[in-house]
Design a protein around this ligand. Sequence first.
Ligand code: SF4
Length: 674
Amino acid sequence: MSAVRTTCPYCGVGCGIVASPTAQRDVAIKGDTAHPANRGKLCSKGTHLGETVGLEGRLLHPMIGETRVTWDMALDDVAARLADTVADYGPDSVAFYVSGQLLTEDYYVANKLMKGFIGSGNIDTNSRLCMASAVAAHNRAFGEDLVPCTYADLDAAELIVLVGSNTAWCHPVIWQRIEAARERTGAKLVVIDPRRTETAERADLHVAIAPDGDVALFNALLAELAARGQLDTGYLAAHCEVPVGYIAGLDAAAHGIDPATFAALADLVAAHPRMVTMFSMGVNQSVCGTDKANAIINLHLATGRIGLPGAGPFSMTGQPNAMGGREVGGLANMLACHLGFAEDERAAVRRFWKAPNLCGGPGLKAVDMFRAVHDGRIRFLWVMATNPAVSMPDAAFVREALARCPNVVVSDVIADTDTSRFAHVRLPALAWGEKDGTVTNSERVISRQRPFFAPPGEARADWRTLCDVAARLGHGSAFAFASPAAVFREYAAMTALAAGRGKVLDLVAQASLTDAGYDALEPSRWGGEHPLRRRYPTPSGRARVVPVEPPPASTGLRLNTGRYRDQWHTMTRTGLSPRLAAHRREPLLEVSPGDAATMGLVDGGLGQVTTPAGAAVFRVAVHDGQAPGAAFAPMHWTDAMASSGRTGALVVAATDPHSGQPGFKNVGATLAPV
Ligand code: SF4
């Protein structure tokens, strides 16, 4: 087979890849020089994808319990469990928990089946753990979930501010682009992060805020710029709604960092109007993540630094297709295609889908969904392409919930995951290299993921499995898609509902793609380069400066969690690569030298972390990049690979009130030597 142009399955940078199969289940990987996201570059994870495509551990056949069954038997069983549960307990007794690993076509079909035909809003996604707060902030400020920047803005910026992001490790190709831009243009870099990460070490200025200190800092910065006469009062007056007296009431001294660092930051911001602020999990994964993102957006609106080359607030997504899931509406608090649950929006969606049972309103967001599974309100759960028994906060509670649930279906590529151990039915899915569809990256570029391996065993596409179940529920004609292209065409046509209501999301031109046109689809961005500047998709046409208050200061030791450079999520794929494993062979608990001394922890020894959710043991790494009073642990290790170092067991299930996103950072903890 000749080389195939596809996209990387890991992070939201969305790099293009040229995959050249060399033998059965062997492939050579190169960056795609024609893809706008990476222009040929790849990071270590993308480069070593070829080491992760073997069939070890794959789920190759449908299973009911430990018995291999035919697809017909498995689909009949899933449909019967779903139908019986709905008949006995109503549509809100069933739920889908899906994933930013799904392709847009999988997402679209899952969302349509649950919200239009089963009649519940109970479809949520592991993207809830990743960027839901950015979504909520965009909706509050812009009236639509819209990232107003592209990667080209990094090339044009004079100042790049990274907030809550170890970009060098977590979005490495963006990092390479930032480094190249700095070298070429002399752009300045500020990193705002409690940790002195590898990214922070390369910055012109590292602002080491307290965990969740972002709102205080950005509010103070806004006040300071106002005091220096740096606001764009014309832009504010013409294009923004600002609560009376809000900006004037902010305190330029209430930033919580040392005054010299704040002054240096304010000087840099004041001197460089072409400023991009990129934010990621340190902002989103917080019980006040939506307010943090709005504090960042407020600063850009008030200074008119938005919708221009080199200027804007830029949310980086974690997963390869979190954006595609957002676009089709695969979140419990959205209906479809950037539409909500207002009666006219529901009526339009009902007509478009010819939906017999359109849901009445939002469903349960991830944390609440698992609470409902635990207490028996949800009695059927279908988990697709994610491992919530490890990745959800309070993972022990989630395991209890899964153990209690009378109907757990898991669609996955891996036979034995921490979650699939609770499954009554396991359905084999396609992996990267077999999947065929589209994904959207952080800068709104839709790219094709193309197959280059034949499906192994009886694995099949998730969208097709969902359609087969829908047919067994009596909805065959609405789910008679012959191909992923047919799904994409229907989704693209549906965006007319959003565009007709003044939203920016508009793929109607792609609704007439032929199958050949879909196969050949080049990376294409919806919304253009700078969709926001003069008219916002709010009822008034103006952006909203949203008043935000800093949270109360935290006390005691705070645990932050995050990624390692060469691992991905729960390591089901990256764990297969020996070269990736060499970067960090085990999970390390990073603590500051002072805290280590106070708590009796030694470098290389063992330490136990205890939180209200649970306890876990790690090897200790004393690191002066950790601020006193804070510790850091990686998120990747699971029971399947280690008896210790399981971070998911430590995170409490507290959530942001606007987005429902859990706070994976800033968890109160105690440490002790083992
Ligand atoms: Fe893949 Fe992200 Fe690395 Fe690009 S930066 S190669 S998308 S993991």
